[in-house]
Design a protein around this ligand. Structure first.
Ligand code: S3P
Length: 449
């Protein structure tokens, strides 16, 4: 099987393509609701984006070519759209307003408003609660050195994008390295950007203002966050052997693979390679991974920080395995933050105790995922104790089918669909269409396998 294109990379390909010169050609783009929100926002700022069944063309307007939107920018359910777009809007000579759905409009935006306003931006929360709707007004931006209190790619990316429009270098240091797609892709688009990993695990990315970015051909790897549900299903359901082709394995995202291995799962990586975009890498003749138009380089390992060489990708073969509990903490957390709901399901099916800590960020995702995972795993009969920054799961009790409350959170709906595969009896998930945000075909695919 394959999974849809990576959500984080799909967002960024539209955003960076829109503010680049020339045409950006995107294959394997994720047509989930979140990424369609990003497309809608840039169309409202005058960017022509053509959607064909297999390819998207973004006709870039250049760094200073966006036009003032005549209405509110609808960011839907998408935190990535809101926070990254804030960084771009901070540098525009026009005012704009962003607003989303109820969940989005209750998520914390102070984390981007503080550093962006420190750069000189004028971003205000219209209701005065540090949440969207957000209004941006024109300003002059200065380069800053910012120490982010959270390891967040959305915060880092917002600041780096504003840095494109600043009067000097901008650096962001985060306590642990979060996903680095922005750094890799902006380098591919021609930005002057560097990144370094420090001995204590913290990481710094620096960007210099530039005249222009340049459109690229982008082949989006399969989303490891979507593959996670099938990796878990293949491991948990007796008799399974599942090959998931063309999955992005960037180490800043692949924490779930490390956890599965530590829990004792049988996983094999095949056909490991690097996919475009890469600086100067434009050979689009290969059809590796079944993706027409995708270039790649070969021989990459799954470890180490990729340095502007495109996105590491592999085919992942999983087999049914007996699992044991593990402790998940520290620098590993940012590399699997979105996968914790499905990891919790695996932990409930494992022998022994799993402890997840240093993951307070779970509280500010589409739902408070400490609460929503606890509520639903308990409904299925699991032994789980929520903590301030994670959860403790005593695995090994057989799960029983239950009524699952998704709270409109796509990752809760998908994680508990996997739990339902292993449970005795029927599982019913409410508002299951919320999976459209990141994986519209999820239920068709799970039915097929
Ligand atoms: C994302 C970063 C992460 C992740 C989200 C996508 C991105 O959020 O949870 O689903 O594309 O930059 P944070 O930056 O808030 O950790």
């Amino acid at each position: 099987m394959t999974v849809p294109g990576d959500k984080s990379i799909s967002h960024r390909s539209i955003m960076f393509g829109s503010i680049a010169l020339g045409t950006t050609v995107i294959t394997n783009f994720l047509k989930g609701a979140d990424c369609l929100s990003t497309i809608g926002c840039f169309q409202k700022m005058g960017v022509e984006i053509t959607q064909k069944p297999d390819v998207i063309y973004v006709h870039g307007r250049g760094l200073r070519g966006l036009s003032a939107p005549s209405e509110t920018l609808d960011v839907g359910n998408s935190g990535t759209t809101t926070r990254l777009l804030s960084g771009i809007l901070a540098g525009q000579p026009f005012s704009a307003v962003m607003s989303g759905d109820e969940s989005l409009n209750s998520r914390p935006m102070g984390r981007i408003m503080t550093p962006l306003n420190r750069m000189g931006a004028h971003i205000t929360s219209i209701c005065g609660n540090n949440c969207a709707p957000l209004r941006t007004d024109p300003s002059t931006l200065h380069g800053i050195r910012y120490h982010s209190p959270v390891a967040s790619a959305q915060v880092k990316s917002a600041i780096l994008l504003a840095g494109l429009y600043a009067d000097g270098e901008t650096c962001v240091t985060e306590p642990a390295l979060s996903r680095n797609h922005t750094e890799l892709m902006l380098a591919g688009f021609g930005a002057d950007i560097t990144s370094s990993l420090h001995e204590d695990g913290s990481a710094t990315a620096c960007i210099s203002p530039c005249q222009e970015l340049f459109g690229q051909d982008i082949c989006v790897p399969g989303d490891i966050s979507s593959a996670a549900y099938f990796i878990a299903a293949g491991i948990l359901v007796p008799g399974s052997e599942l090959l998931i082709r063309n999955v992005g394995t960037n180490p800043t995202r692949a924490g779930i693979l490390k956890v599965c291995e530590a829990m004792g799962a049988d996983i094999t990586y095949l056909n490991t390679r690097n996919m475009a975009p890469a600086a100067g890498q434009t050979d689009n003749t290969s059809t590796a991974g079944g993706q027409a138009g995708c270039s790649h380089t070969s021989g990459q390992t799954l470890t180490g920080l990729p340095q502007n060489t495109g996105e590491p990708t592999a085919d992942i073969l999983v087999r049914h395995s007996s699992l044991h509990g593990v402790t998940i903490e520290g620098d590993l957390i940012p590399a699997l933050i979105d996968e914790i709901p499905v990891i919790a399901v695996m932990a409930a099916c494992a022998e022994g105790t799993t402890i997840i800590r240093d993951a307070a960020e779970l509280k500010v995702k589409e739902t408070n995922r400490i609460d929503t995972v606890t509520e639903n795993l308990r409904a299925m009969g699991a032994d789980i104790t929520p903590t301030e920054d994670g959860m403790i799961i005593e695995g090994g009790r057989p799960l029983k089918g239950a009524q699952i409350r998704s709270h409109l959170d796509h990752r809760i709906a998908m994680a508990f669909a996997v739990a339902g595969l292993t449970a005795e009896g029927e599982t019913v998930i409410d508002n299951s269409q919320c999976v459209d945000v990141s994986y519209p075909e999820f239920f068709q695919t799970i039915a097929r396998i």
